[in-house]
Design a protein around this ligand. Sequence first.
Ligand code: OAD
Length: 252
Amino acid sequence: MHPDIPQSVMDAVQQARHLVIFTGAGVSAESGVQTFRDALTGLWAEFDPAQLATADAFMRDPAQVWGWYEWRRALLLKVQPNVAHRAIARLQRVLPKVTLITQNVDDLHERAGSSAVLHLHGSLLAPRCFDCARPHPLAPPAGEPVQQAVQPPRCSSCGGHVRPGVVWFGEELPERALAAAFAAAQSCDCLLSIGTSGLVHPAALIPTMASRAGATVIHVNPDPVPVRHAAEYSLQGPAGLIVPLLAGGWLD
Ligand code: OAD
């Protein structure tokens, strides 16, 4: 199947002077990473974010929370970047300026060859001390991914619990990454929003910011995304199909 992509959309991407690519969990779905809000298969259909994705939950039960993120970190070792990640890395190589902003806590963009990725929600691979914030490098997880409670390690500096390096509900986003993302959204001429439900703020503001600043905004999602501006488009389909087409075929 070849979806009909209007020529104006192809041109907006391929002739962009500054393209912003904004990704969510959907870009990693075809690699086998669970999204959060897909009705039957999303992580939040199976697990309660209040028990796993808040600082309160970690203080209440550090082993349950740490074990859940360790399970996700181990799952990440089992998956590979897909054609959408690789097409994004290709756009970064061929266009004059591309800012890649992701809400994802995986490293699949980097493994596909992308550089300078702005991780707005942190990373599964950058744990730090809950008390003093000192980074705590971890060896790759050994063995098969298992969902179980695991006591978090202790910080080598202050003895506090080590926590996952992700942004939890109620926490601030990394200041520098967020400022760079907002600045890029306000100065780009085209923004490609791929695989996000657009429900989590402040990241969800990014496509609207770009639209308001006059950029062409293109959404890629199997579900239709409501469009509110003249230069806003919804391309309905999986990222693995649509993004390589926008990147000018699959040539690498
Ligand atoms: P969601 O799970 O909310 O949304 C994923 C989106 O991807 C949905 O709109 C799906 O329709 C779409 N999708 C599914 N398969 C796809 C495919 N093959 N190609 C393209 N799109 C596809 O994930 P996010 O919007 O990323 O926060 O969620 C935002 C934040 O909420 C996450 O970063 C996470 C979560 O709580 C933190 O980890 C802090």
